[in-house]
Design a protein around this ligand. Structure first.
Ligand SMILES: *[C@@H]1O[C@H](CO)[C@@H](O)[C@H](O)[C@H]1NC(C)=O
Ligand SMILES: *[C@@H]1O[C@H](CO)[C@@H](O)[C@H](O)[C@H]1NC(C)=O
Length: 121
């Protein structure tokens, strides 16, 4: 019985950790890597994500890039001036990889506007 309890507590604890990571990963403006030295010619991916608001709905979008270059700077800048909500986060790949998947979520009932830039060399 005691052993079962320990296993149960450990499992609950690790599940909480995974969940906590999910929650803290997103940021309003995502800036990762060596962006202060990012060069215009290294811009391998550029996208303006624009989704109009729908009442009571969270707008989501995913940007995917993969190629020959190694990613050294990622920016997903929130351009929705009307709301302080919205998060962007890396789902797969990222800095030092040859691919990246960036996911964006608006605040419920808000538009989703992001400027996504990936730099690689
Ligand atoms: C950022 O890039 C510059 C130019 O390539 C380089 O000199 C610098 O060491 C890099 N900084 C980091 C923290 O990687
Ligand atoms: C957007 O993502 C959130 C969180 O994963 C989810 O709960 C929601 O249903 C998604 N919205 C749409 C319209 O798919």
């Amino acid at each position: 019985m005691k052993r079962f309890l320990v296993v149960f507590v450990a499992l609950t604890f690790s599940l909480n950790l995974i969940h906590a990571e999910d929650d803290t990963e997103g940021s309003f403006n995502l800036v990762l890597g060596n962006c202060s030295y990012a060069l215009a010619r290294d811009l391998v991916y550029h996208e303006h994500v624009d989704k109009v608001f729908v009442p009571l709905v969270q707008r989501n979008a995913t940007s995917v890039w993969y190629g020959d270059q190694t990613v050294y700077c990622i920016k997903a800048l929130n351009e929705n001036e009307e709301s302080e909500g919205g998060v962007a986060f890396i789902k797969e790949g990222g800095i030092s990889h040859h691919f990246v998947t960036i996911e964006m979520h608006s605040k419920t009932g808000n538009a989703l506007h992001y400027d996504v830039q990936v730099y690689g060399h």
